[in-house]
Every structure is written in C-alpha cells, then in structure tokens.
Write a protein that binds this ligand. Structure first.
Ligand code: NAP
Length: 277
C-alpha cells in the first residue's frame, strides 16, 4: 500500500480500532481516528504526533457526521479508506431485552456505520477510488442464544455492505465486510451492555452462555494486532474481498453454518420449488 494513504477509523480508543490505527501508523500511513472524549483524543494523537489525528465523534450523532467528514477532507486530506469499527455488543435474551436496547444497538452498529458511509461516498465517488471496510462479526453469519440484537445488527451490516459493494464497484470503490471471531478486546468487558435476567424459563439456555462469556473475556483466541495486519493486507489488495473472516473460530463456525443451511435448503427443496407457476 502507498504510504500516502489516509485511513479514517471510528472507535480508536481500544480493541480493533486502536490496534489497526497503531499498525497503520507503524507502516507509515496517516490515520484519523474518532473517539468520544477529549482525553481519548489527546491520548490517540500522542501515539504519533502529526500523523495521528483525533476527532471527537459519537457515531449516533448523525447530524454531526457530514461536517466532521468534510472537515477531515479539507484539513487532513482525502480519506482513502473508511473503517467503520465503532460498535458494541448487547447481550440479553430477546424476550427480556427492551426494544430501546435494540434501537441503541442498531443506532451504533448499523445506522452510525451507514451515516459514515453516506458521508464519505460523495468524496470517494468524485475521486473514483476508495475503500470502505465495515467491522461486522462472525455473529453476522452465525447466531447463539442471548445475542439476538447484536446478531441482527451484524447481519444487517453484512447485507448493507454486500449490496453497497455492488452499487459502488463501478466507481472504483471497494467495500469489505470484516467478520472476526472472538478477539481479546474490551468487547465482552467494559463495552458490553448486559440486560438483567427476569424470566427464569430461560435460565438453562442462557445462564451458561453468559457465564462462559464473562469468564473468557480477555482470554479469547484472537490477537487484535494480527487482525489489524490482516485488515491492512486486505486494504493493500488490488481486488479486496467483499467478505473477510478473521480467526479459525470464525472459519469453522461460519463454514458449519453455511453447510447446515445448504442441508436445510436441500431437505426442503421440493416445497421451495412447489410455489412456481
Ligand atoms: P472495544 O475494545 O470495546 O472497542 C469498541 C470501540 O468502539 C471503542 O473505541 C468505543 O469507544 C467505540 N464505540 C462504541 N460505541 C460508540 C459510539 N456510539 N460512537 C463512537 N464510538 C463508539 O471492542 P472491539 O472488539 O474492538 O469492537 C470493535 C468492533 O469489532 C465492534 O463493531 C465489534 O462489534 C466488532 N467485533 C468484535 C469482536 C471481538 O471479539 N472483540 C468480534 C467480532 C466483531 P469508547 O471507548 O468511547 O467506548
């Protein structure tokens, strides 16, 4: 990748966003990173004065996004790559979790990401180049009890990413949905929103899942720095992938899902085709 490239990464205070910013800076790229406090902005800029630029932005502050992106284009330079990384996990049994928590989950993980894409697209389209990378999750393919809102948001972002890639590839703009497995970030720790339990019927299906996630937090298989390097490889590619899984857990689980889906489609094929004509 040419060292003149500029990345705009949302959510660089920790986890994948921070790791990607650090790896990109180490390879000589310019990085604009969004954070949510002035302190986090100062900390980020101190990583590499003059090439790490912090901007305070909550991605649900939809009305602020266009102005922030325009300002970056004018003062830092053309945004070559947008990485929609900011996001969090909601954990809770669907019946127990208020709709307001689903709205918040989609506001951050889906609407915020879409608003960012809509803000950079006019610039990328005018230049006839650019790359949008959306952090989805293996939870954008596979599901498990207790993360229905999260999986819903990541399935949504997978779908938006794939459709958008078909809309903008004629303009030389690539879209990549990056779906990591479990990685050692703050995702299952400080960042996770956990709805309290209220319906004992769900104890057996969900309590072991919650306990295991809490116990494993910080010891997950995936290394965010290695994920960052993998993402930089995709960013540097002449033809970046539309979907990129990260981690052997994601690979095994997503392959298993696709195979089970294919089995079910086959088992019901006669019923499926019975509706034609
Ligand atoms: P993380 O360490 O908790 O980092 C999340 C980042 O997103 C933080 O910088 C956080 O900022 C920011 N953020 C959260 N809500 C925001 C908002 N409303 N506006 C702006 N920034 C916001 O967790 P992470 O794992 O690196 O998460 C990054 C992405 O990876 C997320 O989209 C997550 O769903 C996805 N992911 C993670 C895993 C995993 O195992 N870790 C797996 C698959 C996908 P603050 O510091 O201000 O909270």
């Amino acid at each position: 990748m040419k060292s003149s490239k500029t990345l705009l990464i949302t959510g660089v205070s920790s986890g994948f966003g921070r790791a990607l910013a650090q790896e990109a800076l180490a390879t000589g790229l310019k990085v604009v990173g969004t954070v949510r406090t002035e302190q986090a902005k100062d900390d980020f800029e101190a990583l590499a004065p003059g090439v790490a630029f912090g901007r305070v932005l909550d991605v649900t502050d939809f009305d602020a996004i266009d102005a922030v992106v325009s300002e970056i284009e004018n003062s830092v330079g053309p945004i070559d790559v947008l990485v929609n990384n900011a996001g969090y996990g909601h954990e809770g049994i669907m019946e127990e979790s208020p709709l307001s928590e689903m709205r918040r989950q989609f506001d951050v993980n889906v609407f915020g990401a879409v608003a960012m894409m809509k803000a950079v697209l006019p610039f990328m389209r005018a230049r006839r180049r650019g790359h949008i990378m959306n952090m989805t999750s293996m939870g954008g393919f596979i599901t498990m009890p207790g993360i229905a809102y999260y999986c819903g948001s990541k399935f949504a972002l997978e779908g938006v990413s794939e459709a958008l890639s078909k809309e903008v590839s004629p303009f030389g703009i690539a879209v990549t949905a990056v779906a990591p497995g479990s990685f050692r970030t703050d995702w299952a720790g400080r960042s996770m929103k956990r709805t309290p339990r209220s319906i004992p019927d769900y104890d057996d299906v969900f309590d072991p899942v919650r306990r295991s996630r809490e116990e494993k937090s910080g010891q997950q298989l995936g290394d965010p720095r290695k994920a960052a390097r993998a993402m930089l490889t995709a960013i540097a590619a002449d033809r970046p992938p539309v979907h990129l899984l990260l981690g052997s857990d994601a690979l095994g689980l997503v392959r298993g899902k696709l195979s089970a889906l294919d089995d079910e489609i086959r088992a019901w094929e006669a019923v499926t085709v019975s509706t034609d004509g």
